[in-house]
Design a protein around this ligand. Structure first.
Ligand code: ATP
Length: 240
């Protein structure tokens, strides 16, 4: 599905830590119905870009629009209420709390318990491996399962746009494939996805459109399938 509606757009976005620029003049968009990826090596600025979009880092320049509305610099909780949710790098689960409690926290901004209950069912349908373990402490799950919980928690806010910061990092290949499958399944439910990854092979396989981030700048962009065939990308990111 493709449409003219821009779910998320980022224009001229820059951010620094002190005087050191971390991202510079980044332009990107996620069209409605798309999975878009940002591929970059360690330190390229991927996490900073996500944090700047979601209100954790203040931009020094540029704009973020969500479905046409200027949301630049809004706090993360206001952005959640507007339909933008993040799966942060490192998952940030509450390990002592149960899986169910973690999922309920994801719905903190919502006021309709019946809708939250039915969304819980829908979310658990996406993660059959979690369904029977709702009372288990989140910290006792495997790394891959904790990543699934982090995605499930973000989905409990009923986002229209989901940002994922390196969801496959440190996971075994079979689990990476499962996470990729989940990202595709989430997008099929109508959630627009911006996926930030070091794992270019997986990211370019699931996304429709891709950007390459180097030194805080977008140095290349194209349909994901085309980028995966580009000799420079193959050499630098795919080990071919
Ligand atoms: P990784 O894959 O390691 O998470 P990344 O692509 O997400 O890397 P960022 O974490 O955004 O990259 O880092 C971009 C640049 O900003 C790097 O040079 C990094 O050292 C620097 N940086 C990141 N966080 C901070 C911080 N809190 N204070 C100072 N500099 C930072």
């Amino acid at each position: 599905m493709k449409s003219d509606v821009i779910a998320l757009s980022v224009a001229g976005l820059s951010a620094s830590y002190g005087v050191v620029p971390a991202i510079s003049d980044v332009n990107l968009k996620v069209e409605a119905g798309q999975i878009v990826t940002i591929v970059g090596a360690n330190g390229a600025g991927k996490s900073t870009l996500i944090k700047t979009i979601c209100g954790l880092v203040r931009p020094t320049a540029g704009k973020v629009h969500l479905f046409g509305e200027d949301v630049t610099g809004l706090s993360p909780d206001r952005l959640v209420r507007k339909g933008l949710s993040v799966v942060p790098e490192g998952r940030r689960l509450f390990g002592e709390m149960s899986l169910l409690e973690n999922l309920e926290l994801g719905a903190f901004s919502r006021t309709d318990p019946a809708a939250v209950r039915s969304d819980l069912e829908r979310v658990l349908d996406l993660f059959p491996e979690l369904r029977d373990r709702l009372a288990t402490s989140a910290g006792t799950f495997s790394g891959g399962q904790q990543q699934m919980i982090a995605v499930a928690r973000a989905l409990m806010s009923a986002p229209k746009v989901l940002l994922l910061d390196e969801p496959t990092i440190g996971l075994a290949p079979a689990i990476v494939d499962r996470i990729a499958e989940i990202v595709t399944a989430v997008a099929a439910t109508g959630v627009n996805v911006l996926l930030v990854e070091q794992n270019a092979e997986t990211a370019l396989a699931v996304a429709q459109y891709a950007y390459i981030l180097e030194g805080g700048r977008v140095v290349s962009e194209d349909a994901a399938e085309a980028l995966a065939k580009s000799p420079e990308v193959q050499r630098a990111y795919l080990g071919i």
